[in-house]
Design a protein around this ligand. Structure first.
Ligand code: HAM
Length: 446
């Protein structure tokens, strides 16, 4: 079909037959976050542009090249490129930081970045993320990393490596910036124009430049770990000790600097090599100065975000289990107007019990209706015509095995169905004993 309006580049649709994959990630993410004491926060899709300039940072790629900004009347707004800034703004504006600390929020939201689209890199993408405010202890870093690790494992993912680093506090960073400045100053002529500007304003950003030339030059640059002050160094050592205690494997990667300016001390990424160049499925870290920078008290904080599309790419690749998509429990194949009306009435009562019931609305013949019931994978079918109506009973057919049970067409129809339905579910569970993955049952139709 020649559609003359198409979806913009770098955006995706999720159609009903795939949405169970999203529901799987969202459900497991919510359950995991809530089991660690996080509550959901919902924030606006766009915020004042200033919020991102002040938090994400003026010399980052996100701010310099990737934001979708609009002028509306006299004000400048930006579609959120990430969830941290908006969540912290909302925590401040709603007084959450005056309540018992730590305050813990999680979110599932869309983000917008004008990047060059490729596998795993979109212009509209979705994050599951969370923020914890109030604790400066490395135990909080371990807790947040442990949550991410637990979630990735609960999703069934394998071969994801955790890389950690510390990018220090403003005091050790100042010395590091000097060292970086003199290193890059010597190779100034080779840097891209954006990085020439960064050299004066924020040389650490050069390490995160996407230009292959700048990346190559950055390979021999001084490492932040050699410049950490005692406090930052002790913090990092304690984090490593806690991770080991929790049995979480990690590698120190002194080259991780992250693409956003607010980070201090711990930064981390969970990375896979299985989906190409965009293999970072989760990124996060501590940002002890951000809340104060945005006008709040001096409250330390940290968090992470995972790209849901990237998680799904890896889950598909690794054949992970998803919650079963909802399927039709009972389909009424009807003949004639009276049968159609009865099917409507019965479906209404079954739906009241939580079942997925369906009947023909296309005016199909009986054979075509049964073909359709098969196609949608209906668990049970009932043929309903004038004979059944005058007999006051129908045959309920279990489609997989072909067994039939007669049920009365009376006001106990839904509860009679329920009994047969549960026997069927018990049979299936019994047949599958030994399969320790209960996901398919968790997502069953009832
Ligand atoms: P980020 O590293 O910019 O961090 O993004 C987090 C995750 O979002 C990435 O690891 C990746 O999985 C996904 N992601 C980023 N950009 C794209 C894209 N263009 N297409 C698809 N997926 C993408 C943040 O956003 C921070 N706010 C994380 C954080 C929370 N730090 C502390 N708290």
């Amino acid at each position: 079909m020649a559609l003359n309006i198409k979806r913009p580049n770098g955006m995706e649709d999720v159609v009903p037959k795939n949405v169970h994959k999203w529901h799987t990630v969202e459900k497991i993410a919510r359950d995991t976050a809530e089991s660690f004491g996080f509550g959901e926060i919902r924030i606006p899709t766009f915020e004042s542009t200033d919020l991102f300039l002040r938090s994400v940072g003026e010399t980052t790629d996100v701010v310099q090249k990737e934001m979708y900004t609009v002028m509306a009347k006299e004000s400048k707004f930006t579609l959120r490129p990430e969830g941290t800034a908006g969540s912290i703004r909302a925590m401040l504006q709603n007084g959450l930081l005056n309540e018992a600390l730590p305050q813990r929020v999680y979110y599932i939201l869309s983000c917008f970045r004008h990047e060059r689209p490729q596998a795993g890199r979109l212009r509209e993408f979705h994050q599951f993320g969370l923020e914890m405010a109030g604790s400066s202890s490395p135990a909080a870093d371990a807790e947040v990393i442990s949550l991410a690790d637990t979630l990735l494992k609960r999703l069934g993912l394998k071969n994801i490596e955790l890389y950690i680093n510390s990018i220090g506090c403003p005091s050790c960073r100042a010395k590091y910036h000097e060292a970086l400045h003199s290193y890059f100053e010597n190779r100034k002529d080779e840097l891209c124009d954006t990085c020439l500007d960064r050299l004066e304003k924020n040389p650490m950003r050069i390490l995160d430049c996407k230009s292959p030339v700048c990346q190559e030059i950055g390979k021999d640059a001084p490492l932040i770990l050699d410049y950490l002050c005692e406090e930052c160094s002790n913090h990092f050592e304690s984090l490593k000790k806690y991770l080991t205690r929790l049995g979480i494997e990690y590698k120190v990667n002194p080259r991780i600097v992250r693409g956003l300016d607010y980070y201090t001390k711990t930064v981390f990424e969970f990375v896979t090599t299985e989906i190409g160049a965009q293999g970072t499925v989760c990124g996060g870290g501590r940002y002890d100065g951000l809340i104060e920078q945005l006008g709040g008290q001096s409250v330390p904080a940290l968090g992470f975000a995972m790209g849901i599309e990237r998680l799904l790419l890896v889950m598909d690749k690794q054949g992970c289990d998803y919650l079963a998509p909802k399927k039709c429990d009972i389909y009424f194949a009807t003949m004639g107007e009276n049968a159609l009306e009865k099917a409507m009435e019965l479906s209404k009562s079954l739906r009241g019990f939580g079942y997925f019931a369906e009947y023909d609305m296309m005016g199909r013949g009986l054979k075509a209706q049964m073909k359709y019931a098969n196609k949608i994978g209906a668990m049970f079918t009932v043929v309903l015509g004038d004979n059944e109506l005058s007999d006051g009973k129908v045959r309920l057919k279990e489609m997989e095995k072909g067994t039939e049970t007669v049920i009365a067409l009376d006001d106990k129809f839904a509860s009679s169905f329920e009994e047969i339905y549960f026997n069927k579910i018990m049979d299936v569970m019994e047949e599958e004993t030994g399969n320790d993955n209960l996901l398919s049952f968790m997502g069953g139709n009832k």
